[in-house]
Design a protein around this ligand. Structure first.
Ligand code: GDP
Ligand code: MG
Length: 295
């Protein structure tokens, strides 16, 4: 038996969360076209008779500009430290500029861990374009392996898993075989609501929003589950936008989230959704803690 921690790191929007979801065959990590969707380290546990891989999906690597982003980068560092194997993911359709990648490659080298380069989104480029890119990455760093994939099309993902398993340490299963994450249910519920905010609102609104589950009551046989949740924003004007004209936007967010959570729970849900202002929460350590972000 082999078992170990495999951290997925890379710049925002390269497809890290998409890869986690396709490997697990479940939507564990929310995915949107917007960068910086993922804010926490998210675990997905993949178990077979031969191995158990604990994947850690992480926020995108960037230069932090406010406290929440500092916490997000801290989550990446933690995932790198805890990893047996690191997957460094790039988007081949938008390869990173050399200067902006230098610090990342240095951090990966200094970790002294097995690093696999995952070249994602190959569905967007022609094969001949990949070869020079592979050659240039071989010069940049001594990657254990280089694996081209399309996470979206589930192309090359099985090969990637086989490659990962080769580098896992020998050891026993660390989690029960049927457990697919160590995050609580209420985390996934909050993330589903946050995803709808990301998808349905624009500009600064998604980044100024955070979702807190205030109450979660499982109801008896036949009745609906009751969840009370609050979307926190930073300013009164943002609250207006989330609520929308005649409450339309909030209704839309609530309906889409409820449908998805119901499918997940397999039971009807009464979702009681609120919007409140927490002035400047992204920069305030106490607010961040209250909203469930840990440094
Ligand atoms: P993350 O920020 O690295 O976690 O990236 P996400 O997984 O949230 O994906 C960002 C965007 O890239 C989403 O719109 C995904 O659908 C898209 N995406 C992810 N993987 C692929 C891929 O292999 N091919 C294409 N064409 N798009 C992808
Ligand atoms: Mg992500």
């Amino acid at each position: 038996m082999r078992s170990g921690y495999v951290s997925i790191v890379g710049k925002p929007n390269v497809g890290k969360s998409t890869l986690l979801n396709v490997m697990l065959g479940e939507k564990l990590s929310i995915v949107t076209p917007k960068p910086q969707t993922t804010r926490n380290r998210i675990t997905g546990i993949l178990t077979t008779d031969e191995y158990q891989i604990i994947f850690l999906d992480t926020p995108g690597l960037l230069k932090p500009r406010y406290k929440l982003q500092e916490y997000m980068q801290e989550a990446v560092r933690g995932a790198v430290n805890d990893a047996d194997v690191i997957l460094y993911m790039i988007d081949v359709s938008r390869p990173p500029k050399e200067r902006s990648e230098r610090d990342i490659l240095r951090m990966l080298r200094e970790s002294n861990k097995v690093v696999i380069l995952v070249m994602n989104k190959i569905d967007l480029v022609s094969k001949p374009m990949l070869l020079p890119m592979i050659a240039s990455y071989k010069d940049k760093m001594d990657f254990a392996e280089i694996v081209p994939i399309s996470a979206l099309k589930n192309d090359g993902v099985d090969i990637l898993i086989d490659v990962i398993v080769k580098y896992l340490p020998e050891g026993p299963q660390l989690y029960p075989g049927d457990q697919i994450s160590d995050m609580p249910l209420r985390f996934f519920v909050a993330e589903t609501i946050r995803e709808k905010v990301f998808l349905l609102t624009k500009q600064e609104i998604p980044y100024a929003s955070s979702v807190l589950i205030e109450e979660f009551k499982e109801r008896e046989e036949g009745a609906a589950t009751y969840i009370r949740a609050t979307i926190y924003v930073e300013r009164e004007s943002q609250k207006g936008i989330i609520i929308g004209r005649g409450g339309n936007m909030l209704k839309k967010i609530g309906t889409e989230a409820r449908r998805e959570i119901e499918a997940f729970l397999g039971s009807p849900l009464y979702l009681d959704l609120w919007v409140k202002v927490k002035e400047g929460w992204r920069r305030n350590p106490r607010d961040l803690r209250e909203l469930g972000y840990v440094p």
